[in-house]
Design a protein around this ligand. Structure first.
Ligand SMILES: Cc1cc2nc3c(=O)[nH]c(=O)nc-3n(C[C@H](O)[C@H](O)[C@H](O)COP(=O)(O)O)c2cc1C
Length: 266
């Protein structure tokens, strides 16, 4: 990988934030005390961009994440601890959706935010399939029901489907699915789950409801080919998560109880 680090010596305060924050110690100080990239960076830089992003004087630029293209962190836009707590605690899994579709631009915006989820070694291995067409989501739900019928599992869900009630994808108009190359990434399951959790919260912040679609993922993990073929998952890749999306028919008024925290403090 070609990679260049440039330091504006007039601006650099030699605070060494870049040196401290580099995850793999790939920056050291030159004979004048200015940061420089070690040769090992060519092999080991994970393209996190932290050196540029943490620089206290905007003095450092790196080719893999140019300073000119990076947004400044806006403290005024950061939510308070109370807001974050309320956002996290009030999100619910939604199982009844309005027929209304989400705008393409909203789906694009929430997917875009998911790129900022942490990933092991910053590999960013997550690929998305967004099933935007409600008819296609329904078709997939039907395939999962057929899979259940073939295996003779979840008879209640099959009966419901036969009566016109979708308990698999809950009549959601949209479905977001993650997949990743299991061999090309270090922790693809965690990476996909985190990206999905980001999508989940971003969706909620836009007024969308969501619910993890476990049955669909189960069918794929059982290698149920019709679903795999319908989604056109590359052979190298594994599906890890799926999330139903749509506008909630009902608004939750209360936050339900959860188990008490279990933690050992040492
Ligand atoms: C991996 C995973 C798979 C899930 N699969 C389903 C599912 O197939 N259908 C469903 O209705 N809910 C599913 N859920 C949602 C959980 O039931 C839900 O998160 C839990 O009951 C807590 O409710 P809350 O999300 O509203 O706090 C799944 C959740 C996770 C994390």
């Amino acid at each position: 990988m070609d990679i260049h680090l440039t330091v504006d010596q007039k601006l650099c305060k030699r605070c060494y934030a870049c040196i401290s924050e580099c995850p793999f110690d790939l920056i050291n100080a030159d004979s004048d005390g200015f940061p420089q990239l070690r040769k090992a960076a060519l092999r080991r830089c994970i393209r996190c961009g932290h050196c540029m992003a943490v620089c206290t004087a905007d003095a450092l630029d790196i080719s893999i994440s140019p300073l000119a293209e990076s947004l400044l962190v806006n403290k005024d836009l950061l939510p308070s601890p109370e807001s974050v707590k309320h956002l996290l605690e009030s999100r619910r899994s939604i199982r009844t959706y309005k027929k209304k579709k989400a705008n393409h631009s909203v789906l694009e915006a929430i997917l875009d935010v998911s790129r900022y989820a942490p990933s092991a070694h910053n590999k960013q291995p997550v690929h998305w399939i967004m099933v935007e067409d409600p008819a296609e989501v329904k078709r997939l739900a039907g395939m999962v029901v057929t899979w259940m019928a073939e295996l003779k599992v979840f008879p209640g869900l099959i009966r419901a489907w036969d009566k016109g009630v979708d308990k698999v994808l809950r009549g959601a108009p949209h479905l977001a699915i993650t997949h990743a190359d299991a061999l090309g990434s270090e922790h693809p399951h965690e990476d996909c789950s985190l990206a999905t959790a980001y999508l989940d919260m971003a969706a909620y912040s836009h007024g969308l409801g969501s619910c993890w679609a476990g049955f669909l993922v189960q069918a794929i993990h059982h290698r149920y080919q019709p679903v795999i073929d319908a989604l056109e998952i590359p052979e190298t890749n594994t599906v890890y998560t799926a999330l139903m999306l749509g506008y909630p028919k009902f608004r939750y008024r209360h936050i339900p109880q959860r188990d008490p925290l279990t933690v050992i403090w040492r």
